[in-house]
Design a protein around this ligand. Structure first.
Ligand code: THU
Length: 161
């Protein structure tokens, strides 16, 4: 028997004021884009803004449904838009923020498992890491150098070969 360990490093910032101008602008946009969420069931409004490697910006916000499982997260609305508008163009950085109408919005957002899977596959298909800026409407910010780090031992296309 062997024991194995997986760990990853990430950056922690105390506030948006500590980010460089480019990252600050993406996060400000993600926070603004929370207003585009349709989240009447959870009242948890999520916004995402991505900078693509061609310089374009793509946004996403969660879109819920009375049939709850039909809902889609902000990250995956963004990925679908990016794939349609700018096919095969890698995403450099994605900022994600949320506005919790039921409570506080000051802890970095934690992308759900389905979005981690989708983000990682987007990295694989574009052979490019997606840098993540995770935040709420205020407070600390996490920056993770590639989305796949959030999905250790992931299942992917290679497993189907
Ligand atoms: N949600 C997102 O859009 N992204 C996340 O990273 C976390 C959760 C959405 C899904 C649902 O509409 C609401 O937030 C509450 O789970």
């Amino acid at each position: 028997m062997q024991k194995a360990t997986i760990h990853f490093d990430f950056e922690v910032y105390e506030s948006i004021a500590d980010l460089n101008a480019a990252d600050r602008s993406l996060l400000e946009s993600a926070r603004t884009i929370t207003s585009k969420a349709y989240a009447p069931y959870s009242n948890f409004l999520v916004g995402a803004t991505a900078l693509l490697s061609n310089g374009e910006i793509v946004n996403g916000a969660n879109q819920e449904n009375a049939s709850y499982p039909v809902s889609i997260c902000a990250e995956r609305t963004l990925l679908s838009s990016a794939a349609m508008l700018f096919t095969n163009i890698p995403i450099e950085t994605m900022a994600i923020a949320y506005h919790n109408l039921n409570g506080i919005s000051n802890k970095p957002v934690s992308p759900c498992g389905m979005c981690r899977q989708a983000l990682h596959e987007y990295e694989e298909r574009t052979t490019h890491p997606i840098r993540l800026i995770l935040s709420g409407m205020e407070g600390r910010i996490f920056i993770i150098e590639k989305a796949g780090l959030l999905l250790p031992l992931s299942f992917g296309g290679d497993d189907l070969k």
